[in-house]
Design a protein. Structure first.
Length: 106
């Protein structure tokens, strides 16, 4: 639970379920998160073995993030959490509804 606990980690993992994303794509998909917190949590998720960070030595830096095998194993848990959120909260943002519609199947 320590590895995915907190407010932002499940949201970051949920956004990575659709595939590899660059830092900016993640930032745009989670507009409420600050840069500091996003960077901090991505580093923690990488250290915990749930996220793989790949960087190419070019200018500007080209860094991508994707779920590792253990990270992908969290798919059913993250989906259940997302479903619960939809059922038990009032107004949902358009972006969240789109993310649920785009949620990758099994």
């Amino acid at each position: 639970m320590e590895r995915i606990g907190g407010y932002w980690k499940p949201i970051i993992l949920f956004n990575l379920l659709t595939g590899t994303k660059r830092y900016n794509e993640l930032k745009k998909s989670i507009p409420a998160i600050t840069e500091k917190v996003l960077i901090q949590h991505l580093k923690q998720l990488e250290a915990d073995g749930l996220v793989i960070r790949k960087s190419k030595p070019v200018v500007p830096p080209y860094v991508t993030y994707e779920l590792s095998k253990p990270g992908k194993a969290l798919r059913p848990i993250l989906y259940a959490m997302a479903e619960w959120t939809v059922k038990n909260s009032g107004k949902q943002s358009r972006q969240f509804k789109k993310q649920m519609a785009d949620f990758p199947g099994e």
